[in-house]
Design a protein around this ligand. Structure first.
Ligand code: HEM
Ligand code: HEM
Ligand code: SF4
Ligand code: SF4
Length: 395
């Protein structure tokens, strides 16, 4: 790391924030984006963290940080691993106050809000804890009321797992199809607008493959050395990466289970309940176990993470999303275990209420990180294959 005195004049100037935030404001750049720009100027002079992740080589391809699109791209490329904070000699309490993961997290929230579709719903990202709570209360109430309307009571004589005696299959397909379809549409429009703003260039098959690999392996949670990221202190661990893998792949398997069950229903004419050794149940059970352990671990890490990491204001959003994932799996597995009892309708209503809350909040909560990060990773894979006009740093 270079000593303070050898930083460029511009970077030293940028340590005095106030004057600069006024001039940034005039360029339509928010306070949080101006803060990322200030820190990137300092990092660009220092370059100590070059090998940690993609953010620093992407930064090194730029001399100026006065484009909103560039700042949003860099923010979404950051994986909040914490490595550059713990390595930095200009981190608080140093007067330069360099805290890259925190500055990037604040801008990520603005990306989600600014690109949200429809735009007014972008506000739901703020106070997201309340959004998730209201969605859960509404959805649970809805399915409990529908159950009582359907059966006249919450507990009933055992129905041998005949879920469609409570809710007709077509009703469920319509309700969940519309909610999930809307989530895909809203996130799709948001990320498409983000994509056109960051002007990525032509995606080759090689670039797409590399970006997918980096997203699916969470490459940038390895700290650049393979030992992992930081959580509560400057120790490196692979826990966050592993719990995320359990969460992500658990979620995908549950999703595959629901898709296979839909295929069974419509293509093969096979009605639920399916046997314990059938494909939908095996996929759902294996995925469900991953989706219990993963979110439980992420919750534990989140609650114990250093207060300097990320943006404290986003904790309710993180915790709300983690809780919904955990509860989706817990209620699904409870339904599987007790599907032959008189509590089946009640358990089904609770599972469906939680899934509905999850689907309703998908486009306006933490789930957005996966979509925007994947887009930023793809841009990086495209950009690094383009000629570097500066050629000052290594990639
Ligand atoms: C599209 C909306 C969904 C509907 C209608 C639905 C319905 C059901 C039903 C009827 C069961 C009981 C299956 C059985 O006992 O044989 C179940 C179980 C389960 N669900 Fe869902 N579910 C939905 C979405 C999800 C999602 C998105 C997840 C997680 C990502 C999930 C996770 C689980 C798990 C882990 C189980 C227990 C394992 C199994 O039975 O396969 N469900 N779900
Ligand atoms: C495929 C693209 C994805 C990428 C690149 C990605 C990356 C990340 C990264 C780097 C973090 C840690 C930093 C942060 O808190 O923002 C994170 C957190 C998280 N991710 Fe993902 N993710 C993806 C998709 C998903 C999906 C599909 C799920 C679940 C359905 C998910 C669940 C979570 C949860 C629950 C957290 C919160 C953990 C915490 O607060 O510490 N992610 N993700
Ligand atoms: S985070 Fe600190 S150590 Fe790392 S490049 Fe920036 S100024 Fe240098
Ligand atoms: S927190 Fe991690 S991912 Fe983000 S910029 Fe720093 S080293 Fe890169």
């Amino acid at each position: 790391m270079q000593p303070l005195e050898s930083l460029t004049r511009e970077a030293q100037d940028l340590a005095g924030k106030t004057e600069h935030s006024i001039s940034w404001h005039n360029k339509g750049i928010s306070e949080n984006e101006a803060e990322v720009a200030r820190q990137m100027q300092i990092c660009n002079a220092c370059r100590y963290c070059e090998g940690f992740c993609a953010v620093f080589p992407a930064m090194a391809r730029r001399l100026q940080f006065d484009s909103k699109a560039d700042l949003n791209y860099l923010a979404n490329l950051c994986h909040n691993c914490g490595a550059c904070l713990h390595a930095c000699q200009y981190a608080p309490p140093h007067e330069f106050m360099v805290n890259v993961p925190q500055a990037m997290a604040k801008v990520r929230m603005e990306t989600y809000t600014d690109f949200a579709w429809p735009a007014p719903l972008g506000k739901l990202y703020k106070n997201n804890g309340l959004t998730v709570s209201l969605a859960a209360a509404f959805s649970l109430a809805l399915f409990l009321v529908l159950t009582v309307l359907s059966t006249g009571k919450l507990l009933h004589e055992p129905l041998a797992g005949n879920f469609y005696a409570i809710f007709p299959h077509n009703t469920l397909v319509l309700m969940f199809g519309l909610t999930f379809g809307f989530a895909v549409l809203a996130l799709g429009i948001g990320v498409k607008r983000f994509w056109s703003e960051i002007t990525p260039g032509q995606a080759t098959g090689e670039a797409i493959g590399e970006a997918a690999h980096n997203a699916l392996r969470l490459k940038y949670l390895d700290g650049g050395h393979g030992d992992g990221c930081n959580d509560e202190d400057d120790r490196f661990t692979l826990r966050r990466r592993r719990y995320h893998h359990l969460t992500f792949y658990g979620f995908m398997l549950c999703f595959a289970s629901t898709s296979v069950a839909t295929l069974y229903h419509y293509v093969f004419g096979l009605q639920a309940p399916y046997g314990y050794t059938s494909l939908p149940v095996i996929l759902g059970t294996v995925g469900g176990i991953g989706l219990l352990i993963g979110p439980a671990g992420l919750m534990w890490l989140n609650l114990n993470r250093s207060a300097l990491h990320g943006d404290a204001a986003q904790k309710p959003m993180d915790i709300g999303f983690i809780s919904l994932l955990f509860l989706t799996s817990l209620t699904g597995l409870a339904l599987l275990i007790w599907r032959d009892t008189s509590a089946m309708a009640l358990l089904l209503a609770i599972h469906l209420g939680i899934v509905m809350a999850l689907f309703l909040t998908l486009p306006y909560g933490k789930f957005a990180h996966g979509v925007y990060r994947s887009a930023a990773l793809l841009k990086w894979s495209i950009e690094k294959r383009m000629p570097n006009r500066l050629s000052l740093g290594s990639e």
